[in-house]
Design a protein around this ligand. Sequence first.
Ligand code: ADP
Ligand code: MG
Length: 404
Amino acid sequence: MPDDSGDTPEPCLEVRNVWKVFGEKTDSVMDSDLKNASKEEILEKSGCVLALRNISFKVTPGEFFVLMGLSGSGKSTLVRCLIRLIEPTAGEILIKGEDVCRLEKKRLRRLRRTVTGMVFQQFGLFPHYTVLDNVAYGLKIRGIKKEDRYEAALKAIETVGLKGWEDSLPGALSGGMQQRVGIARSLAINPEILLMDEPFSGLDPLIRREMQDELVALQDQLQKTIIFVTHDLHEALKLGSRIAIMRNGEIIQVDAPEDVISSPADDYVQDFVQDASPAKVLRAGTIMETPVLLLYEWQGPKVAKTLLSKSDQERAFVITKDHRLKGLATHEILEALIADGAKDLRNRLIEDVPRCTPEMTVEELFPLATSSPYPIAVLDEKGKFLGDIRNRTIINSMIQDTGK
Ligand SMILES: Nc1ncnc2c1ncn2[C@@H]1O[C@H](COP(=O)(O)OP(=O)(O)O)[C@@H](O)[C@H]1O
Ligand SMILES: [Mg+2]
């Protein structure tokens, strides 16, 4: 129904005063003033761990709601409490108006199988099931017949860009692809609410950015409600329509990304936001690019020269068989090698190339970028070539990165 009254739409998820205390004597905490004490004091006096303290928030349909906070702040506990994978100690959780905490087992299970889908950091795939059977699993346990569940699974596999991989086993897939299977599995049941607990944290930076972009596109297309957990402010600012910032089991701010940046709720958020200057937050691994052309040391200089001309580049990195950086080749160097009668690209290369690791921040790249005319090579800890960074890339990252 069109809504022109200006009222906020009905929430599809509402969390009211939810607490979670882990331990034996949770009553002794909840029934006394001790529950208002610090986490440390609660632990010391009762042996219990306070994981969530009086959490309340609402999420409306179609929102991309991000829970962000440092490790240990209670994000996973909260997202698991939403469907009682962890039992909340107190409070109410309403999904589509129904109090999840009062549902008996059967209806709870139905809720998990029809309304919500969950994606974890550890992809959680069955290694001996094909991609198709992994994705169809949620439908199988719902008792959907084979033909129908395969049809739905194939559609989900296509949605996440894995068409053609249905019959592969997860072990044959890269981390990014395995997580696509994880996402397809949760989409196959066509849930209204997707719960995602740090789904991209285990992935390489480039893949991670790609998956983020795709998730944004996917949400746009499917209009799901997404509850997304991350400890990465940058990811939160990129993905969230609203961000709930957690600290020590509490939510200390819920706002749109713009408001998180412009009016941080307290010092903790302020510190975070100060760190959010793109140069301090962005890392080499996030902004690096795949070079247009890579040359290999065993290639002959004539081949290399042709490839370089064809690709319209002035220079290209040369790498070894085990993907280490050998150096940089230019047209002049290749001509000299041809004149030498050289058979490969093992000599004469420019070795004095600036190098960085994927973890380095853009701020740390500035001196490298200004001190050399060459692009920066990004190498992992074993010296493997991952990508390159040009000055233009650095400048672009500074201007546009917090957007989608
Ligand atoms: N099963 C458990 N038993 C006891 N304490 C736990 C358990 N699970 C989590 N905790 C504690 O609850 C707090 C929140 O943890 P968690 O929700 O995993 O945080 P996050 O996901 O933000 O890293 C931490 O102090 C953690 O040690
Ligand atoms: Mg966690």
